[in-house]
Design a protein around this ligand. Structure first.
Ligand code: C2E
Ligand code: MG
Ligand code: MG
Ligand code: MG
Length: 279
């Protein structure tokens, strides 16, 4: 709100800014307790094969049910968790919870989870992951870890090393939100990523923009030359789906095939007679 007043009008700590700061502080305090109060859960969004629309896996997406604010978006609290360092504990909880879910589902279902760049600073991360896999007797290839290009902003050598150790465990590593970031293609050839996820904004823009289609085309061919799987995120319409499939994208994720859903609903979907999902 303070920002909305425009440049130059705000040269002291205004009441608005104070309110904002207090609100943030309160949210931060609530976030600290949220884990012990069990206010988090993971929802799961289906991933389908572009070829036959069969279910191939889920992406785990964190949800915070705040007692008075209601649902708080991860876009809001993940950055806060990163700044405060809480992401370490929260991230460990996500790994544990996602593995627990994967263990209930059959082998052909993979489970992807999101990692913050900050978690990759921890040299212990590969250990945490391999212990969780062992605890739930999961094959490593059931698990996929999604990171964004932001991991290459900070200590990129250290992060790359952690990613390589994770990859060596046999888990998949996906480059998330591809196309929105820093667009240095140099790191694609580091033998770390097994999958590239094209950002939903691109996918939807492709409906009205021929240049975007051309960009996706070259992303797909680049990824294929590195033997990576390509997923299109944010597929909302049947047109988006056919466009992505015809461009050679392997997997599809988006509201067209399902919104993020509870573990129970996801399990129903897995066990449904029809694993083939219709648009
Ligand atoms: P993301 O990893 O790129 O996840 C995809 C986001 O797009 C999700 O938003 C999902 O609900 C949304 N989405 C899926 N299909 C569609 C569609 O067809 N149309 C549109 N408009 N949106 C779609 P969500 O759940 O709000 O998560 C936002 C971001 O928060 C995630 O982006 C991820 O970066 C982060 N996040 C979520 N869960 C976690 C977590 O457990 N740990 C960390 N570190 N970050 C997380
Ligand atoms: Mg993701
Ligand atoms: Mg994404
Ligand atoms: Mg994202």
């Amino acid at each position: 709100q303070a920002k909305a007043q425009g440049r130059g009008t705000c040269c002291y700590f205004s009441a608005d800014m104070q309110n904002e700061a207090e609100d943030r502080l309160r949210l931060e305090q609530d976030l600290r307790q949220a884990l012990t109060l069990k206010q988090f859960r993971l929802d799961y969004q289906p991933l389908v094969s572009a070829a036959d629309q069969s279910l191939v896996g889920f992406e785990a997406l964190i949800r915070w049910h705040h007692p008075t604010r209601g649902m708080v978006s991860p876009a809001e609290f993940i950055p806060l968790a990163e700044e405060t360092g809480l992401i370490m504990q929260l991230g460990d909880w996500v790994i544990e919870e996602a593995c627990r879910a994967a263990a209930v589902w059959p082998d052909f279902i993979s489970v992807a989870l999101n990692l913050s760049a900050r978690q990759l600073i921890l040299p212990a991360l590969p250990n945490t992951v391999s212990e969780a896999l062992a605890r739930y007797k999961l094959k490593a290839n059931r698990l996929e870890l999604e990171v964004t290009e932001s991991v290459f902003l900070g200590d990129s050598e250290g992060s790359l090393d952690v990613l390589k150790r994770l990859r060596a465990l046999g888990v998949g590593i996906a480059l998330d939100d591809f196309g929105t970031g820093y667009s240095s293609l140099g790191y694609l050839n580091k033998a770390v990523f097994h999958k590239l996820k094209i950002d939903g904004s691109f996918v939807r823009e492709a409906a009205n923009n021929r240049e975007t289609v051309a960009i996706i085309q070259s992303i797909v061919s680049l990824a294929k030359s590195f033997r990576m799987t390509v997923t299109a995120e944010g597929v909302e319409t049947a047109d988006d789906f056919t466009r992505m499939r015809d461009l050679g994208v392997h997997q599809i994720q988006g509201y067209l095939f399902g919104r993020p859903m509870s573990f129970e609903r996801a399990t129903d979907l897995v066990h449904g007679v029809q694993t083939k999902m219709t648009a």
